[in-house]
Every structure is written in C-alpha cells, then in structure tokens.
Design a binder for this molecule. Structure first.
Ligand code: SAH
Ligand code: DHB
Ligand code: MG
Length: 223
C-alpha cells in the first residue's frame, strides 16, 4: 500500500521535473529487449545525478557499473563543454547495449565504456594519461566491492570532487549488523571506509520511490 503511494509520488515528481523523452525511452526499451536486469536508476535519480554534474560544472565523470547506459545518458547530457564520462562495465553484452544506447543519444564521443571487472580496469585508468582527475564518481556496480571502489574513487577524484554510491540501504537491510548477504556486508564495509577515511566528509540519504526503499551515500573529497 505505502509502496504504491511512493510510486504515485515518484510518477508525479518525475512528470514535473524529470520528463522522459524518445532517447531515454528507447534506451530502456533496448535494454529490456536485450534482457538486461531492470535495475537502472529512476528518472528522478538520473535527474539528481544531472543536478550534481551541473552543480560541480563537471567535465570529468567516472561511473562504475554501466548496465545499458541509462544513468550515463543522464550524466553525459549535463557535462560541461568538452566534458567526458568514463563508465566501467564487467559484462560485455551490457557494454554493447550501452554503447548503442549512448550512440543513439548522441553521446558516443563524450562517453567511453570500458569493459572488464572494475577492480581490473580502475588501476589502468589511474595509470593512463587523462581523463582524470574526476569531478564526480558514481559507484553503482556489485555491492561486494563498494569499499574498494570508494577508495579508488577518492584517489581518482580532484580535491572538492564528489563520490556518490547507489543502493546503500536496500530496503533497510544495511542496518543488519550480522548480515551474511555479501551485498549488505559490502555496503557496511563501505560505511566503515567512509567513516575512517580522513579525506572525506560523507553522509547518506534514504530514498523511497519507484524502486522501493533505498538510498545514496554522498561524499566530498577534502579540497
Ligand atoms: N548505473 C546503471 C545501473 C548499473 S547496474 C544505471 O543506473 O543505468 C550494475 C552494473 O554493474 C551491471 O551492469 C553489472 O554487470 C555491473 N557490474 C557488476 N559487477 C561489476 C564489476 N566487478 N565491474 C564492473 N561492473 C560490474
Ligand atoms: C541491484 C543493483 C543496483 O545497482 C540497483 O540499483 C538495484 C538493484 C541489484 O543488484 O539487485
Ligand atoms: Mg544501482
């Protein structure tokens, strides 16, 4: 019952503030057609990421976890002139769908999809010339490795850069100290890392909406 209310409010707010369009609709349709899991951010969450990209004037954005490129389209559209988004994806078939969706969005030149498990591709990113340091990192891949992704994100961000982590509440299960669910344990490990990392100031916000009860963590790297 209450979930239905969350969905109705989400639909109302999205209609007002995050209207979809042909590109976003076809990205979701193509992802569905290719049988990707329907776990992309909501339209309002995509808009939230856009607001952050715009607020930071971001020209360099890193995403960990591409799926079909839906969140990448939202962020890519808000990049400052000359801006680039690098998005890391382990599954080659997800990456292929994402590249096609991003091309249809006119973002092929701005968004680079890097294929491979992120713990393997992040060190290469650190070693190569450009595109970092990043203004914004969005962590949204396997939850087991969230603490390690967060350490990388802090290292790859500029001073004053922002790191956002998706799905940190998962219906409230994050509060279960003894959880044997690796996703929950991974997210609790993330919060220990955030709390102990002297370089960041961080908070977490619970959300309700079309995807139920979940939340974002958001951290700023010391300027
Ligand atoms: N950010 C996307 C949703 C990402 S879903 C959006 O909102 O549109 C999570 C993605 O992370 C999936 O595509 C999954 O294949 C990918 N993933 C899982 N483990 C990974 C890993 N170790 N390295 C990189 N990507 C991974
Ligand atoms: C899952 C992953 C996500 O990134 C998400 O936003 C929702 C669900 C999952 O693995 O179930
Ligand atoms: Mg997510």
């Amino acid at each position: 019952m209450v979930e239905r209310l969350w969905q109705e409010v989400d639909a109302y707010l999205a209609g007002a503030l995050a209207p979809d369009d042909e590109v976003l609709r076809s990205a979701l349709a193509a992802s569905h057609q290719a049988q990707l899991p329907a776990i992309e951010v909501t339209a309002l969450q995509g808009r939230f990421l856009q607001v952050l990209v715009l607020a930071l004037g971001a020209r360099r954005v890193l995403e960990i976890g591409t799926l079909g490129g839906y969140s990448a389209i939202w962020m890519g559209r808000a990049l400052a002139p000359g801006g680039k988004l690098v998005t890391l994806e382990a599954d080659p078939s997800h990456a292929q769908v994402a590249r096609s969706n991003l091309a249809r969005a006119g973002l092929a030149d701005k968004v680079e999809v890097v294929v491979g498990p992120a713990l393997g591709t992040l060190p290469k990113l650190a070693g190569r010339d450009g595109p970092g340091p990043f203004d914004l990192c969005f962590i949204d891949a396997d939850k087991e490795n969230n603490a390690a992704y967060f350490r990388w994100a802090v290292q790859l961000c500029r001073p004053g850069g922002v790191v956002v982590v998706d799905n940190v509440v998962r219906g409230g299960r994050v509060a279960e100290a003894g959880s044997t669910d690796p996703a929950v344990a991974g997210t609790r490990h993330l919060f220990e890392e955030m709390a102990g990392n002297g370089l960041v100031v961080a908070t977490a916000l619970q959300t309700v909406g079309a995807k139920g009860h979940d939340g974002f963590a958001i951290a700023v790297v010391a300027p």
